[in-house]
Design a protein around this ligand. Structure first.
Ligand code: NAI
Length: 681
């Protein structure tokens, strides 16, 4: 059903037949009615690069709907079309900054009532209402278009829909639950809401969330005009899908969803997906009842501590990105990586997957070859078509002679952790690279200043410290040596955002930010183990607190040789310790099949012991205390610029329980709670 790509702008010169809404002075919308009576509502939020549905845009949309209702009644309007005025996106959702103002469920419900009434009025309009979508349309944006009668989207890669609410500790609250189930059926709709994943336009059309695809943004207006004039209306999900909302199919589905969700998240930590499944199970058979219950289930989640903290994590991710200056005119395209071992090969692969052209250097062509071959898994995951995979493979170039260094915008060294070898490499490189290129080391334990010492211009060197495994870890530390030039540090942050990771600018101190905070936590857990605490109990307690993996399992996963080496840097691996003894007997953890645990099929053998919940809670809190204390020291020593950046680095660098909002934030909330309890006594 795709349409022509001709531009559908209606002639502006013709006399309008319908009254013009000239009296409506909007700041976030442009609204006009053309000579065919079609109202064009174009969302272009003032002063913002993206459209978020906050109070003012919703109020203005309300006035547009008033106008459309009147136009429909007087028959001066034939339809309403909703478009975005932003180049790159439709609607990113509700304005989450406004969520923080809600203290009580009653306040949330009162606010919801206004928006729900507005969306219902849109759905009930007697004239066709069409949404024309290009770019990202998620959360509240998707809920708004689901209240329209017909949805058209551009087919390109950039157009995606989705319900990311669970990531913020909530679920769709503007009747998106009922409307998405109505359009896509319960399996696809619940899957979208429970995972929060982004859905391509073509997949969304197959699901029933989108009704028509067009080739490009310029074709949207024409297609929308046609949809209005032909009074097109989306068809709800077919009978087979809707039968699944009946009892007992619904109960079986809910059970399956609950089992799947439990594998990924604990209810005590992330209640939102579990409440959504309860909502579907109890009310999914009647969409009107589902709508009414949605508000009751939604309100307590929005004001919960978990949701507040998850929203904080989202804002912290924005804060990390903001460390990279925008519009500097510097756009890295070519990267040269030296060292094709564990880290270098994966850094090269990741840069290629992010669209860069990469040359990869090592001492032997065989090592380079092996490093390149190892990237095919990543490319298969990242790219769908054969052509895309082949193009990625062609962008990753074996370069045993290091010719690429002279053309690269970014040079990253990831060779053996030896000061003399790194110094020599950089001294040789200095004369070969182009002016303005950034020169970076991935060292994890050497001083940037010492590596840079033999350079004629030591200010050029910065650290770009990636974490292992590169493809999974979202954070990269951008290390500012004592003499590093500020401009190059900022460029480092720009490069990190260009490859889709979060940069954190840190001072050059042992362990930088993340390892410095992680090491005392892991070493103190190992000390407990030596004193007789069971490793399984330690790991379960850390997970009960909300860590993604316990510290003992983490040590085995990282490799006990690496842990012992890093621990020694901090003077925290005593001779004769259990860790040291395991390393000496070549029991290095997961990679050798045995460390603290015996590993089978990539999993540690933990048996099936259970421990009392209160003990796990107490121990979990004690385990993270060294991590919290080190975070406080790092804040006080200004290793990064602010307390929020400490929290951001620890969450994205170690996986510290996101729903607790970061170690410093958690400590402050705990103190507040204790003070409130003491006052109440
Ligand atoms: P690796 O031993 O796996 O790889 C190092 C590679 O560098 C080897 O393939 C070696 O042939 C090559 N190499 C050595 N000297 C060279 C030279 N002069 N020119 C070109 N290639 C040379 O080491 P890995 O683990 O990849 O570590 C590399 C760097 O990354 C180190 O500085 C390490 O501290 C750091 N790092 C390591 C992490 C890890 O988890 N392995 C995490 C973060 C940083």
């Amino acid at each position: 059903m795709s349409d022509s790509t001709e531009s559908g702008d209606t002639p502006a010169s013709a006399e309008p037949l319908a009254p013009q809404p000239s009296a409506l002075a909007f700041r976030d919308w442009h609204f006009s009615v053309d000579q065919e009576g079609i109202g064009w509502a174009i969302f272009d939020r003032e002063g913002q690069s993206a459209n978020a549905l906050g109070t003012r845009p919703l109020e203005e949309l309300g006035k547009i709907v008033d106008w459309a209702e009147e136009g429909a009644r007087r028959r001066t309007m034939s339809g309403l079309v909703i478009l975005s005025g932003k180049d790159k996106g439709f609607i990113v959702g509700a304005d989450i900054n406004e969520f923080d103002g809600f203290e009580t469920e009653a306040q949330v419900i009162d606010r919801l009532r206004h928006v729900l009434a507005l969306f219902d009025r849109i759905e009930r309009l007697a004239i066709p209402v069409v949404a024309g979508i290009h770019g990202v349309c998620v959360g509240g944006g998707l809920e708004l278009v689901l209240a329209c009668h017909y949805r058209i989207a551009t087919r390109d890669e950039g157009t995606r829909v989705g319900f990311p609410e669970v990531k913020l500790g909530i679920f769709p609250g503007w009747h998106g639950t009922a409307r998405s189930i109505r359009q896509a059926g319960p399996i696809a709709a619940m899957q979208a809401m429970l995972t929060g994943s982004m859905i391509s336009a073509s997949r969304a059309r197959a699901m029933g969330l989108i009704d028509e695809l067009v080739a490009s943004r310029s074709a949207l207006r024409w297609a929308a005009r046609k949809a209005v004039l032909r009074k097109r209306k989306a068809k709800p999900a077919g009978l087979t899908k809707s039968l699944l909302t009946r009892w007992p199919a619904r109960a079986l589905l809910a059970k399956k969803m609950r089992d799947e969700t439990k594998k990924k998240a604990r209810e005590a930590h992330y209640p939102a997906p579990f409440r959504l499944i309860d909502l579907f199970e109890l009310h999914g058979g009647d969409l009107e009842a589902l709508k009414a219950a949605e508000t009751r289930y939604f309100a307590p989640l929005l004001i919960s501590e978990q949701s507040r903290n998850l929203r904080r994590v989202f804002k912290l991710s924005e804060l990390l990105k903001s460390q990279a200056p925008k519009d500097t005119g510097w756009k890295p395209v070519r990267v040269h990586v030296i060292g094709a071992g564990t880290m270098g090969a994966d850094i090269a692969g990741w840069c290629v997957a992010s669209g860069m052209e990469v040359t990869l250097q090592d001492l032997s062509p065989e090592v380079i070859d092996k490093g390149i071959k190892a990237q095919s898994k990543l490319f298969s995951r990242k790219f769908k078509t054969k052509a895309q995979k082949a193009a990625a493979r062609a962008r990753l170039i074996a370069d045993p002679q290091g010719v690429g260094a002279g053309h690269a915008d970014v040079i990253i060294e990831a060779i053996v952790e030896r000061l003399d070898i790194k110094q020599k490499l950089f001294a040789d490189l200095e004369g070969k690279i182009k002016p303005g290129a950034i020169l970076a080391t991935n060292t994890s334990s050497l001083e940037i200043e010492a590596i840079a010492a033999p350079l004629k211009d030591p200010g050029r060197l910065i650290g770009l410290h990636f974490f292992n495994p590169v493809a999974l870890m979202p954070l990269v530390e951008v290390v500012r040596g004592a003499g590093s030039r500020e401009e190059d540090v900022k460029k480092g942050a720009t490069f990190v955002t260009a490859i889709g990771k979060f940069p954190i600018i840190t001072k050059s101190v042992p362990g930088f930010l993340v390892n410095r905070i992680l090491v005392p936590y892991m070493m103190s857990a190992m000390a407990r183990l030596e004193k007789g605490e069971e490793k399984e109990k330690i790991d379960e307690a850390a997970r009960t607190f909300g860590m993604p993996m316990g510290p003992i399992e983490l040590a085995d996963t990282v490799g006990l040789d690496v842990c012992a080496h890093v621990g020694r840097t901090f003077g925290l691996t005593p001779d004769g310790s259990l860790l040291q003894r395991l390393v000496e007997s070549k029991k290095l953890g997961k990679k050798t099949g045995e460390g603290f645990y015996v590993w089978k099929d990539g999993k540690p053998d933990k048996g099936d012991k259970a421990y009392p919940a209160t003990e796990l809670e107490r121990l979990g809190r004690e385990l993270v205390e060294p991590l919290i204390q080190e975070s406080e020291r790092v804040r006080d020593e200004h290793i990064v610029e602010s307390a929020d950046l400490v929290d951001a680095g620890v969450i994205f660098g170690t996986g510290f329980a996101p729903f607790r909002g970061g170690p410093l934030h958690f400590k402050a909330s705990e103190q507040k709670q204790n003070a409130a309890l003491a006052a109440a006594e």
